[in-house]
Design a binder for this molecule. Sequence first.
Ligand code: ATP
Length: 516
Amino acid sequence: MMFECEEEPVDPLDAPKATATSTVRSSGSGGSSAWSSMSENPFRFSPDHVRRSTSLLTTPSSEDLQKYATRHLDSPTAVQRSLCLNATSALNIEVDNSDDEDLSPGSQRILCLCASQNPKETQEQGQRTRSIMSVSFPYHTHQITEDYTVSHEIIGIGESGKVMACYRKSTGEKFALKVLRDGPKARREVDLHWLTNGHEHVVTIHDIYENTFDNVKCLLMVVEFLEGGDLLSQFENQGSRPYTEETVGKIIRQIGSAVQYLHDMNIAHRDIKLENILCSSTGDDCVYKLGDYGFAKRPERNVLMESPCCTPFYAPPEVLGRERYDKSCDMWSLGVAMYILLCGYPPFYSMKGLALSPGMRSRIAKGYYAFPHEEWDPVSHDTKEDIRCLLRTNPSERMTIYELMATPLVTGRPAAPTSAVINIPGADNEDEEELEMLLEEAPDKMEELPIPRSVRFLRDGVKAPRLHSIQEEVGRALEIMRLGNDAIYVNNPQTSCNNLMARRRTAHLSIPRVQC
Ligand SMILES: Nc1ncnc2c1ncn2[C@@H]1O[C@H](COP(=O)(O)OP(=O)(O)OP(=O)(O)O)[C@@H](O)[C@H]1O
């Protein structure tokens, strides 16, 4: 069965269009502030309130939505529901999403969708019928302030800027607003996120606006607001105390189901980390959702992804090693997230507290980490084995999402705790500095070298609040690692100042000393 359509971007959800340069003035009431002028840069705010109240989004009937989805095939959720799932009970979707793609609003609606007639085939994991679909979110082109009051309140800060609170005017409901500079990368983030929109453990996108501020084209992404914030903050707020296996199982069950959904669509998230797992609340009833598709990618068919991304704490060896990699990098990151939640510190770290040191890189490459007694003795053998399988350095040997979802941890079947531990030879060696230098100079010798005091270092050094401040370093390191997406900045070795350079200068006097 194949459908093809090419339609003009008509959106029944759209309110009547406003002029792109309309100015919004202060209302002087209420608690939140908003953009004062629609031609302003969204990264800047006026203390004024939005007064203007124009036509708001009308809630379409489910019939309208169904018709819309059938006609425009813009919403994969609706598409799946209305076109495919009823007919075949399964559908595999791929987004044609190369960076060079012409993603201008008028050119987004070409779609080719193939659905299997054979439900059995679709039940086999990883054996799904190939389907191809180019999908784009139905962007609104009118001003966001017609529909939402944008607040000063900052919900979170990420790599791509601030995430702010906004309120739907018709209902007063709170949402999170993420502002992205328009471009292929932002379009890809929105489109891939939109493809998985509707999954219960994916942060829901409600609206996207294409607005221009100070001649800068932006995409404004209105997503559901999750009151519990991100999982890293939640974990740190309770003192980075290890979670029980039951809690970690619940988190992985929920986030794993989202990852499985992505992987079924041949999408890799590529930035799974605790900051990108959002929590509906801080209580026991918390629902966990996957957000931030800033690095998500769908590789060309049968082509593995090559652009290094991920946060160093969570980065698998093939990413650091610039080898080709695929969705299995998400599995590594899940393994790292599980490890942190179960003990309170990451499996790979720089002994100097850097984002990514050569020593850390070596340990990642070798898969060299430990399960120290104090935190890991209460953890079951099965769960430690799961982590070992997730942190396998060879991506082809790494546990898949389907295997992870079938583990006792995720399914909830109890397993007995054991005290199995990876033995670290020389763990009492105090001369950490010397060993770190040796590792940096001769990473291939790492297996022969003891990892000293690592357990104590982690207990003393990387726990909250340092975990968060190290993440800032990590953010800077990411700039270098994201070769596939943005410009690369290389520091001038003659003028660059950091501890490693300083040491290297001491070791190799040919490099001139610089006062750091
Ligand atoms: N929907 C939301 N509800 C509540 N908090 C949110 C929401 N979206 C984002 N945040 C908060 O904002 C932070 C940054 O958001 P997000 O990860 O989307 O931004 P980013 O710029 O893509 O960041 P990065 O690439 O560094 O992960 C999150 O870690 C979280 O604390």
